[in-house]
Design a protein around this ligand. Sequence first.
Ligand code: KIV
Ligand code: ZN
Length: 520
Amino acid sequence: MSTIITQPAQVRIFDTTLRDGEQSPGCSMSPQQKLVMARALAELGVDVIETGFPASSQSDREAASLIARELRDTTLCVLSRCLPNDIEISARALEGTAKPRLHLFVSTSPLHREHKLRMSKQQVLDLAATSVAHARRFVDDVEFSTEDGTRTEEDFLAEVIGAAIAAGATTINVPDTLGYTTPAEIRGLFERLIGGVPGARDVVFSTHCHNDLGMAVANSLAAVEGGARQVECAVNGIGERAGNCALEEIAMALKVRGAYFNADTRLDTRRLVSTSQLLQRLVGMPVQRNKAIVGLNAFAHESGIHQHGMLRHRGTYEIMNPQDVGWPDSQMVLGRHSGRAAVEQRLRALGYLLEESELELVFADFKALCEKQRVVNDADLQTLMQDGADSEGYRLSSMTISDAGHRARATVELSDPDGDRLFETAEGDGPVDALFAALAMATGVDLKLESYQVHSVGLGRDARGEANLSVRHEGVEYDGTGTSKDIIEASALAWLDVANRLLRARSKAKTKSTSEMAVA
Ligand code: KIV
Ligand code: ZN
């Protein structure tokens, strides 16, 4: 038996972020913002960029011209109703474009014909043919869309498409305007249209699916199986109502399951995350954390079982490499559900190589910390390790800062190296000054600070303050770090970190000189 291997079909990516996406609530963009986004789309490698609907606004006309002046290698397309004046405005907006496309649309479904257009079938048919012919006077590349196509009588849909092809349309788009179809339905529809409409094999069939039932990507893929060779989509799936087919999802579905679909795109998928993030910033609409491909959780693992699997072989819980879509790496989120293996692996990455018994102790501290906060980051782990090192020194039990007229008052409670409790109160010019004075009195250590810095580590709710102190004592520099949700507490921890190092160094020096004396 011989197997016939066919070349994967090249599916064109028609991006409508700047038109269908931009016309949806909360997503409007200025012409300058559209230009910034268009540059990113061109870099991503989309085949066609729909830049707007020129007859609808001055801003859309400006954006189309601005983008046309700069992008020479990508097909630039504008949307137009089937009206002579609209077509002429659109053609003018495309002037100077290296690869121009006019995109005409008319509604074909019974509901739209009756209530929106108030037109008969014959009128719609004539309008489609005359409008496509008119558009062809301006450009060679004309796309024709049957709005609400998937809810149109199939014989009439085929008739309109045939008329548009005969009039010179080069791409036929059959939109699922209301997100109503199903994968099996749309696949069959495309197969029958491409197989049955005269001239259909000489043009490119295109799919444009909305996401009202959450099936836009699945329906677009099914249309590709049915013979569509252009997919209309938008970055982050923005678009009317529940949005359009998400560009990043269709691109990765065709890449990851390329063998199944026997199709691919020209996109440089490593630019998907940056393009998505650019759009999020431009329109101020973040995607949800669990959004496929570009959401923050798309390559993040927290549960112990998954992290353990990932550490053995990433294929256990990932079907694509994060780098292939533009993330730097997978993320092991350490939290309540994480296991020993992931904590140990993160500690190794931070340079801590622990014995089994040491790991047990740190893991117990880690679990206790997880009861207090959702996510444990690198700085937290470092603090845990530091706490272990400081168990022989002074430890902070509690502290309070209060007002003392023009000065601040700090009260600290510490445990000393023998486990005894110490209390001290001191005043200072500000909370940190008072705090350091109280710590100095409690420990009997007088630190002359060379530098003191505080900064934030991490983002959002999980951000923590980190304090760094440096002192010079008898020619040696000692550094200390403290991390806490509260920067004053972080400063106290950093101060104690330095003091404990200094005391350990002193005690080592004392032991050394005693043993040297004994030898002498
Ligand atoms: O959803 C739709 O039908 C459209 C057409 C104008 C292409 O956006
Ligand atoms: Zn649409």
